[in-house]
Design a binder for this molecule. Structure first.
Ligand SMILES: [Zn+2]
Ligand SMILES: [Zn+2]
Length: 322
């Protein structure tokens, strides 16, 4: 049962399966993890995030490589379910600037997979994960991602998503639209004149207007609704400001912190296995100076983790220093 296993044993298993492209076992472990996430016991629930954060730290490049090679199974049904697991692991790991920088380095291989995720229609959850990934990638990649996104047809995808969510006011649908609004705001702020013109000429502004009116009428008060409204306003501001908004004013680190804060489920943990303490509101954990992936509540924990094996794992097995 879940409680008898340590974080490290889950991480070790997952890393092994990711390495071997063993989707079946990966899916099995992930299903167990999802049960932990849904658990009412806080310890299990928190351990889900501990495992995911740890995978992002020790297997960043393995995970990136896996995403670029997905889906690999021959039958369509398995393709999709494998992709769901891979995208889950992937998007949950996109919580540090260093990890996202590594992801963006491989953007030409990763983007086709993420766009496959948002273009399929069978699993709405997968669409949402795809949008989360795209948003977190552009937060850090800034202007370098605008052109690749436009080439892959981001505007068409955003428009279709908002349009197909018009009929239903459900919390997951609202969340998907919130990511659409976030992406529009980011593209308007970071894109050049041509990008801005394309957005203004598209049906997106109108579709968003209609959606927001309907959302306000519905009088639901989920946090996701505030997200949509906030980013809708940001997008509106960027329409008006035009070329006066400067991409140089964009601060990746702040934007990512802001984004993670909105996702109330994300916690930050000390990376030292005997500790794994949660970062409190006023606290600021320090990153390992070398890999910038592991985080510590104190210099003592950093030293301890180094001795316990981070020395071998830091950067090693995580590809080139970027
Ligand atoms: Zn600690
Ligand atoms: Zn390190």
């Amino acid at each position: 049962m879940a409680e008898t296993r340590s974080i490290e044993s889950y991480v070790l298993d997952l890393c092994q399966y990711i390495d071997a492209w063993d989707y079946e076992n990966m899916n099995n472990v992930y299903e167990t993890l999802l049960k932990m996430r849904a658990s009412f016991k806080e310890k299990h629930y928190l351990n889900y995030w501990r495992v995911l954060q740890c995978v992002g730290e020790v297997a960043a490049d393995k995970l990136i490589y896996l995403v670029t090679k997905s889906p690999v199974a021959s039958c369509k049904k398995h393709n999709i379910s494998n992709l769901v697991t891979v995208m889950e692991l992937f998007s949950e790991s996109l919580s540090t600037v260093a990890f996202i920088k590594r992801v963006n380095h491989y953007k030409s291989d990763i983007l086709p997979v993420v766009f496959t995720a948002i273009e399929q229609r069978e699993y709405p959850e997968l669409v949402r994960k795809g949008f989360v990934a795209l948003y977190r990638m552009i937060i850090v990649g800034k202007t370098t991602l605008v052109t690749p996104y436009m080439k892959h047809g981001i505007l068409r995808n955003i428009y279709q998503q908002i349009k197909c969510q018009q009929g239903v006011i459900r919390v997951d649908c609202v969340e998907t639209v919130s990511y659409c609004a976030k992406l529009v705001a980011a593209l308007l702020q970071l894109g050049d004149e041509e990008t801005r013109r394309s957005i203004l000429k598209s049906n997106i502004p109108n579709e968003l207007d209609v959606y927001v009116v309907r959302l306000k009428k519905s009088k639901v008060n989920w946090e996701e609704v505030d997200d949509v409204l906030e980013f809708y306003d940001q997008a509106k501001m960027s329409f008006l400001l035009g070329s006066n908004s400067k991409p140089e004013d964009w601060n990746s680190k702040d934007k990512l912190i802001e984004e993670l804060k909105q996702d109330l489920e994300v916690f930050i943990f000390c990376s030292s296995p005997p500790c794994r303490k949660i970062q409190a509101d006023q606290e600021k954990f320090l990153y390992c100076g070398q890999c910038k992936l592991s985080r510590y509540c104190s210099p003592g924990c950093q030293k301890e983790h180094w001795k316990l094996g981070h020395k071998e794992m830091c950067l090693h097995g995580n590809g080139p220093k970027l």
